[in-house]
Design a protein around this ligand. Structure first.
Ligand code: ADE
Length: 238
């Protein structure tokens, strides 16, 4: 196989920001970069596992652009989205981890036309289920790192959630455990491309009135917790 042959099946890893993906990129061997539409896809190996990593940028459009490109240019076993999130579930603390059982887009709303809030017109679902084997394996990997982990709904939207009111709306409308800005878009792209996917997010803040202060304090530490579990996942997932 030549270096730039993309036919060997890879685990695709997507994160919005550098601090969420650097810990994985650093472990790549035999690596090289392919730039497409302004996104660097870093290809290589971790152990004997082929891995493609990308920093997609913040928000649903960048996330979808990155996930769709990854699906089209590389042979993928799955896509994992790693990073940080605002915690919504009761009892969840900063640095704990949420593994998504499913994803919703909390800012998708055609309810004035009679649809349920969050409905993805065309595919006609609100909650997109994650791959169960991937979610279970990710949860085991988090726990093996000694980090608290829950499984639940991850709610995605093009907003940094930082008011008690917005937090309560997302929590109660979607029964969401965490909020972030990319997972739902990546899940949406994977769903239509029939690529198994998983979302893992460590809590950097509570999505509440203190979120704008907590986020810069805890984002890096939280991102590291998610990365640790993903590295273990890459070793384990078959
Ligand atoms: N990512 C981390 N914290 C977040 C928040 N409060 N809202 C949206 N995305 C986030």
């Amino acid at each position: 196989m030549t270096k730039h042959d993309h036919s060997e099946r890879a685990i695709g890893i997507i994160a919005a920001m550098q601090i969420e993906i650097d810990g994985i990129k650093k472990k790549l061997t035999d690596n090289y970069t392919v730039n497409i539409s302004g996104i660097d896809f870093e290809c290589g190996y971790i152990g004997d596992r082929r891995v493609v990593c990308a920093k997609c940028g913040v928000g649903k459009v960048f996330a979808a652009l990155c996930a769709q490109t990854m699906c089209m240019k590389f042979a993928l076993d799955c896509i994992i989205n790693t990073g940080v999130a605002g915690g919504l579930a009761d009892g969840l603390k900063v640095l704990d981890v949420v593994v998504a059982g499913d994803v919703v887009q909390h800012d998708m709303d055609t309810s004035p036309l009679g649809d349920p809030v969050g409905l993805l017109s065309g595919i006609n679902i609100v909650n997109i289920p994650c791959d169960k084997n991937i979610a279970d394996t990710l949860s085991e990997c988090v726990k093996a790192e000694g980090i608290k982990c829950i499984t639940g709904t991850v709610a995605t939207g093009d907003q940094f959630v930082c008011t008690e009111e917005k937090r309560q709306y997302i929590k109660s409308t979607f029964n969401a455990a965490a909020c972030e800005m990319e997972g739902g878009a990546i899940g949406h792209v994977c769903y239509v491309n029939e690529v198994p996917f998983g979302i893992i997010r460590a809590i950097s803040d509570g999505g509440d009135d203190a979120a704008s202060l907590d986020y810069p304090t805890f984002a890096r530490l939280a991102a590291d917790n998610s990365v640790k579990a993903v590295l273990r996942f890459i070793e384990t997932y078959r």
